[in-house]
Ligand binder design. Sequence first.
Ligand SMILES: Nc1ncnc2c1ncn2[C@@H]1O[C@H](COP(=O)(O)OP(=O)(O)OP(=O)(O)O)[C@@H](O)[C@H]1O
Ligand SMILES: [Mg+2]
Length: 244
Amino acid sequence: MTKILQGHHLTKRFRGLVALHDVSFELNRGEILGLIGPNGAGKSTLVSLISGTLTPTSGALTFEGRSLLKITTHHRAHLGIGRTFQVMKPFPGLSVLDNVCVGALFGRDGGEHRLEAAREAAHACLEFVGLGHRVHQRAEALGGPDRKRLELAKALAMKPKLLLCDEVMAGLNHVEIEEVIEVIRKVRDQGISILVIEHVMKAIQSLSDRLLVLHHGEKIADGPPREVLADPRVVEAYLGRRRS
Ligand SMILES: Nc1ncnc2c1ncn2[C@@H]1O[C@H](COP(=O)(O)OP(=O)(O)OP(=O)(O)O)[C@@H](O)[C@H]1O
Ligand SMILES: [Mg+2]
């Protein structure tokens, strides 16, 4: 199995606070890797190191065998790394469609060059995530669950090879969670590798090929979901005080 992404001994400090400490991991091509851990464990920080919105204090990251460390965020998007944000900030004043167009215009290999092509791609992504009926609305008019779908559509419009999903199911009801799980499975069926952060245990368990667990910034487990979730350290660190 080929590795699409590898992290080696990653550490991230925010002044005195160590958000990640010596974390090594890998993601295989075509795999869904679930990233779990209690609040403040360092999950979003790890996604930000991969997408380039944060730089590691030390350690290395490689994407398709090439070091990411000197590569800017927008260049990482060109290489095929797309992400969603846990704290959603749609572009205000733009329609749902135009929000997703931004992803299409700045995505893999530089994105679509023609606005019309970007609009078509954005439309297809919005249909794909179930927002086809809201394309002409202002993005800020969307409620929480639809904003999550918008995040996903924006990232998918970038045509990523690697999709990083940061809590795209938070705040959704059971039916909506099932819908998003289906969407993520279909994304994987297109050959896209996925790292998914989620607190909804049932969802992460059914989706992930492998789980990586962080606790206080350290990796405490990595392996098949069944084994990892039975690991006493994981039970103590995470499941003992899960949110859902
Ligand atoms: N930009 C920042 N500046 C300072 N501290 C930060 C910053 N970003 C994150 N932190 C801190 O780093 C730690 C890890 O945060 P992170 O957001 O990665 O956790 P998380 O696992 O995503 O948590 P959650 O499940 O609540 O989203 C926390 O203690 C957080 O307060
Ligand atoms: Mg987070």
